[in-house]
Write a protein that binds this ligand. Structure first.
Ligand SMILES: Cc1ncc(COP(=O)(O)O)c(C=O)c1O
Length: 434
């Protein structure tokens, strides 16, 4: 990972040099160098449940209608196809358990993006000047930490537990920033509300209302926005769903709701969307115009078709059944192979793709640690080091955790992966004791 001040790359912008520090590239390289490894690291989705038949049917239908077909193969608008945005409103209403009218917004408040990742980057670009502050849960989605780094934002971590970001800790952080005269630099609170990547935690119902209240209470000259990243929202395997922060009274003015079809349908269609507070629509669309003046019309047409035909909802049920089986396989294997190791614990997620594992505090998991080396080189298993998911400032990082993902491997391999991981942890614990 490059040093920002390296003289050899002085021709490149500060922004490009900041981007070169991404951990994701290193992680993917590790995957390539250790091909015999079972990867509990990969964030890809399950291959076997990708919607081939649904996409074939949708493509045939779109192309057999001349005007729809031509529309799908033409340029569109920066904000996204209007028909698609109307389908998105119906989709959102279904998720919120409301009618479209009850949502209280029109399609003009939606922007279609190239994956939800693009929306996250656009929001960061629209809000942050260098030195502005973003508050995030510890741990959180490490790719967004890279985005924040890229725009020069200061990222401050807030303690979280199995119910997501702790509101007493958020209130204390905001009060502290107020005392230091820095409240006006706080632009955003970022939350992965459902089955957080990496922890699997779901932000509790009462905390969703409280975060909105705190954002309102501490907004002074500038509003403090909440970025509600609901990437895994539709992958719930147990328990009742929790209404979004966005849907609560006042949420519409304060919350940017980021949604995606990557996890529920296909990441290859690279389509997500945002519901934005009115003042953010123009800045976000202007920035997107500079990038691509509109996401793929073709992919929007495919999704419009599957949303309207019902194929999307039917497929989602299959996807969830497959992930539920995998999650259960990983958790069973953890009970079998890890439960007797002192100081090892993990969260049991009700959805999403990840299990968050903690080791005794003196056992580090990072790329340079004995455990990472032993796991990848001797036991043939790979994971995502937990420290990547913490902001790097103020020593907030923690080095004894890891993210295990159950999205890609079949159940038998998940069990074998955990068996290997258990071997690696036992080896490292033994040498730490020696
Ligand atoms: C929490 C979270 N948000 C957003 C994204 C971006 O996904 P996409 O751009 O495919 O919608 C991901 C991808 O893994 C994620 O884990």
């Amino acid at each position: 990972m490059n040093d920002e001040s390296s003289p050899s790359d002085g021709v490149f912008s500060v922004r490009s040099r900041r981007a070169s520090r991404q951990a994701i590239g290193f992680l993917m390289q590790q995957g390539i160098e250790n091909r015999s490894c079972l990867s509990l690291a990969a964030g890809f989705v399950d291959e076997s449940s990708l919607p081939l038949a649904e996409c074939l049917e949708a493509a045939t239908s779109v192309l057999s209608n001349t005007s729809r077909g031509r529309g799908a193969l033409q340029y569109g608008t920066t904000q996204g196809d209007e028909g698609f945005r109307n389908s998105l409103l119906a989709h959102l209403a279904r998720l919120e358990g409301r009618t479209v009218e009850q949502l209280g917004i029109g399609a003009d408040r939606l922007v279609v993006t190239t994956g939800s990742q693009q929306l996250l980057a656009l929001v960061a670009d629209a809000l942050f000047d260098p030195g502005d502050i973003c508050l995030v849960a510890m741990p959180t989605y490490f790719v967004f930490l890279g985005v924040l780094d890229g725009v020069g934002a200061r990222t401050i971590g807030v303690e979280a537990d199995e119910n997501g970001m702790r509101m007493d800790a958020l209130a204390a952080t905001l009060a502290d920033l107020e005392q230091r005269g820095e409240l006006d630099r706080v632009k955003l609170i970022y939350l992965v509300t459902d089955f957080e990547n990496p922890s699997g935690a779901c932000l509790a119902d009462d905390r969703r209302s409280e975060v909105l209240r705190l954002a309102q209470q501490y907004s002074r000259r500038n509003p403090i926005y909440i970025l509600e990243d609901a990437a895994y929202r539709e992958l719930r395997y147990d328990g009742p769903s929790i209404p979004s922060i966005w849907s609560r009274p006042g949420g519409d003015e304060r919350v940017i709701l980021a949604m995606t079809f990557s996890k529920s349908f296909s990441p290859g269609v690279r389509t997500g969307f945002g519901v934005l507070p009115r003042p953010l629509m123009t800045p976000v669309c202007n920035l997107k115009g500079n990038l691509d003046f509109g996401s793929s019309q073709w992919n929007q047409a495919l999704l419009t078709h599957v949303l309207k035909s019902g194929a999307y909802v039917a497929h989602l049920e299959q996807v969830k059944a497959s992930y539920r089986t995998k999650r259960d396989a990983l958790l069973r294997a953890a009970d079998e192979f890890l439960a007797d190791i002192p100081g090892v614990s993990w969260l049991r997620p009700e959805g999403g793709l990840y299990v968050w594992l903690s080791l005794p505090e003196h056992i580090e998991t990072g790329f340079a640690s004995p455990l990472f080396h032993t796991a990848t080189r001797q036991h043939g298993v790979m994971y995502v080091p937990g420290e990547l998911c913490y902001p790097t400032v103020n020593g907030q990082s923690r080095a004894h955790q890891m993210r295990l993902s159950f999205g890609v491997l079949p159940p038998d391999n998940l069990r074998e992966g955990i068996r290997r991981l258990s071997g690696a942890i036992r080896d490292v614990l033994k040498s730490a004791e020696a």
